[in-house]
Design a protein around this ligand. Structure first.
Ligand code: ADP
Ligand code: MG
Ligand code: MG
Length: 210
């Protein structure tokens, strides 16, 4: 399967589905170290994205889909995660104005997403944020592509690394975002944004049929 606009739409639909299925889990994670709204924020945002896509002309390019996701998330998801995810999808849209993605294209999408999150939130790896899922995902994607992996295989490698990265936030002390108000007491809990990022990236691999 080529990673074309049909894949991009399937990715967004799969993301909306897994975010809805994991809404309560993400709320609970955010209740531990934040204000308990992350699952609700994202669920509302992706439901709005689906509504927007359903009512629009069929998009032609992968980036058209990601741009709709970006603008809809920015206008419907409040808090930290809305602008962060919005900027990630906006940057990703800018490098995916093509009919389909090869392995290098998938790497470029993920790199641009991470760059957007860092540009917006200024977090470094290890600060217990979504950067801790995206950074290993990008590294794994780059390594897989360098070793000749297909676009689909690159997504699988990225998803596995994002999941491991999210788990690895458990012992970290948050130094960015709302969780940083807890200081040392933020340790021992998974970062909700890292957890949701792993879901988003896994959904991309699942939409590719892997
Ligand atoms: P809020 O904290 O405003 O309620 P959400 O609960 O929707 O927003 O999102 C919280 C998540 O946002 C955190 O778990 C973390 O992953 C992410 N986050 C917060 N601040 C930053 C930042 N500066 N850089 C990257 N990610 C961040
Ligand atoms: Mg919150
Ligand atoms: Mg909030």
């Amino acid at each position: 399967m080529s990673l074309d606009v049909t894949w991009a739409l399937a990715w967004v639909r799969r993301t909306a589905q897994v975010v809805a299925e994991n809404r309560d889990l993400l709320v609970e994670l955010d209740r531990q170290i934040g204000d308990g709204d992350h699952g609700e924020n994202l669920n509302r945002g992706f439901a709005a994205v689906i509504g927007k896509l359903d009512g629009a002309e069929p998009p032609e390019l992968v980036g058209d889909v990601l741009k709709t996701v970006a603008t809809t998330l920015m206008s419907t998801v409040g808090g930290a995660a809305g602008p962060l995810y919005g900027t990630a999808y906006l940057r990703a849209a800018k490098v995916t104005g093509v009919a389909s993605l090869d392995a290098a294209g998938v790497v470029a999408l993920l790199e641009a997403g991470l760059e957007g999150i860092v540009a917006r939130g200024k977090a470094q790896p290890g600060e217990k944020t979504m950067v801790d899922a995206w950074t290993p995902a990008v590294t794994a994607a780059q390594d897989a592509a360098a070793n000749g992996a297909s676009a689909e295989q690159v997504l699988v490698a990225a998803a596995e690394a994002a999941e491991a990265g999210a788990v690895a936030t458990d012992p970290l002390v948050a130094t960015k975002g709302r969780a940083s108000y807890l200081g040392e007491r933020s340790a021992g809990h998974r970062d909700p944004g890292a957890a949701s990022s792993a879901l988003v990236i896994r959904a991309a691999a699942e939409a590719a049929g892997t």
